[in-house]
Design a protein around this ligand. Structure first.
Ligand code: SF4
Length: 125
């Protein structure tokens, strides 16, 4: 059914664009002009495929779902402040040598700061 696949594709793209904020199921169906029944079916399908996750949310006294993408496309911005980019040890850095990403404190701190930011943003939604 091309129409449903089309809608599924549009829904997935929309959900991906919402990033860590996610989108309420009802808002998404309104934007895509789909019925809530059709929308729920698509959300379940996308979840079954492992492309999104659904989290229950109480909104105006009623339970609904917020939809989040499971994977986000990487962007240049996301690595712009990675310490490796300007690191003088970069040419010698190798997992099998003494200078290694496995034991690098700068890299570990950077990864932890990203994780904190991401979890912080998810907690706000
Ligand atoms: S992992 Fe550490 S030592 Fe290696 S290039 Fe990155 S910042 Fe430099």
């Amino acid at each position: 059914m091309p129409r449903r696949n089309d809608l599924e594709q549009k829904a997935l793209q929309f959900i991906i664009n919402t990033g860590y904020e996610g989108v309420l199921q009802s808002e998404l169906w309104r934007k895509l002009r789909a019925s809530s029944r059709e929308g729920s079916r698509i959300a379940l399908k996308l979840e079954d495929k492992g492309l999104i996750r659904r989290e229950k949310e109480l909104r105006d006294g009623r339970w609904t779902y917020r939809l989040y993408p499971k994977r986000l496309p990487a962007s240049i911005d996301s690595i712009a402040d990675c310490p490796c980019l300007l690191c003088p040890d970069n040419p010698r850095c190798d997992p099998s040598s003494a200078i290694s990403p496995r034991s690098c404190e700068r890299l570990t701190e950077w990864v932890l700061s990203i994780t904190k930011t991401e979890f912080g943003m998810m907690g706000d939604s």
